[in-house]
Ligand binder design. Structure first.
Ligand SMILES: Cc1cc2nc3c(=O)[nH]c(=O)nc-3n(C[C@H](O)[C@H](O)[C@H](O)COP(=O)(O)O)c2cc1C
Length: 197
C-alpha cells in the first residue's frame, strides 16, 4: 500500500493554542493591540463587506467596563479570564451594504477573529476565544443593536504561570491537543466519501 506523507503546516498554525494561563502583570500596549486589530482588519470577507465588529476592554485603562464584560462570561471561564489584561468580543453585523441580510456575516467574523488569534500567536501572546458567555447580557450591558450578533469573547494577554490555574485546568493546559481524523471530516468528490490519508 502506498504511504502518503502528511504535509507539515506552517508553524503559526501549529503554535496557536487556546491557553488559559495568563500573566496578570503584563499589560498589552496600545501598539500591540493595534497590531491584532490590523490582522483582523485584513481578513477576507464576502463582497469585502467586513461585517465584523470588535469591542476591546483594557483592564488597565477602563476597569469598570472590563468588569462589565467579564461578568458576561460563564463561571468556568471567569476562573482563568480574571487574569486577562484585555478582553474582546467579536460581533457580526448582520446586514450588508444594501441593508439586506448578509448570509456570510458570521462566517467572515470568524475569519477575522482567527486572524487576530494568529497574529497574537506570532507575537507570542495568547488570544483565547470563548463561546461561554451570555450574549443577551452582553448586548444589554453595552447597548448593542439588534443587527449585531455577538459571536465570541476573546481573552487576550501574555502566557502566565500554569501553576496558578486550578488543578483541573492545569491538567487541561498540559493535555495533548487532539483533532478528529481527516477521513471523518474531509471528503473527495461526494458527500461522506472520505479523503484517505
Ligand atoms: C467559538 C469558540 C468558542 C470557544 N469557547 C470556549 C470557552 O467558552 N471556554 C474555553 O475555555 N475555550 C473555548 N474555546 C476554545 C476551544 O476549546 C479550543 O479552540 C479547542 O479545544 C481547540 O483547542 P486549540 O484552540 O488549542 O487548538 C472556544 C473556541 C472557539 C473557536
Amino acid at each position: 500500500m502506498m504511504t502518503i506523507s502528511i504535509p507539515a503546516v506552517h508553524s503559526i498554525i501549529n503554535e496557536r493554542i487556546s491557553k488559559r494561563a495568563l500573566d496578570p502583570d503584563r499589560p498589552v500596549t496600545p501598539e500591540t493591540l493595534l497590531s491584532l486589530i490590523e490582522a483582523a482588519r485584513w481578513a477576507p470577507s464576502c463582497n469585502n463587506e467586513q461585517p465584523w465588529r470588535f469591542i476591546f476592554w483594557d483592564k488597565n485603562k477602563d476597569q469598570s467596563n472590563w468588569h462589565k464584560a467579564f461578568s458576561c462570561l460563564a463561571e468556568g471561564n471567569q476562573i482563568w479570564v480574571q487574569h486577562a489584561p484585555v478582553l474582546a468580543v467579536s460581533l457580526a453585523y448582520q446586514l450588508n451594504k444594501k441593508g439586506l441580510p448578509n448570509y456570510w456575516a458570521q462566517y467572515d467574523t470568524g475569519a477575522a477573529a482567527l486572524n487576530l488569534c494568529l497574529q497574537a500567536t506570532a507575537l507570542e501572546m495568547i488570544a483565547h476565544q470563548m463561546g461561554g458567555f451570555d450574549p443577551k447580557q452582553l448586548m444589554e450591558a453595552f447597548s448593542l443593536p439588534e443587527t449585531i450578533t455577538p459571536m465570541s469573547m476573546i481573552a487576550i494577554g501574555y502566557p502566565g504561570d500554569t501553576q496558578r490555574l486550578p488543578e483541573k485546568l492545569q491538567i487541561r493546559e498540559m493535555a495533548q491537543r487532539e483533532r478528529r481524523p481527516v477521513n471523518e471530516l474531509f471528503f473527495e468528490s461526494s458527500w461522506n466519501h472520505p479523503i484517505k490519508n
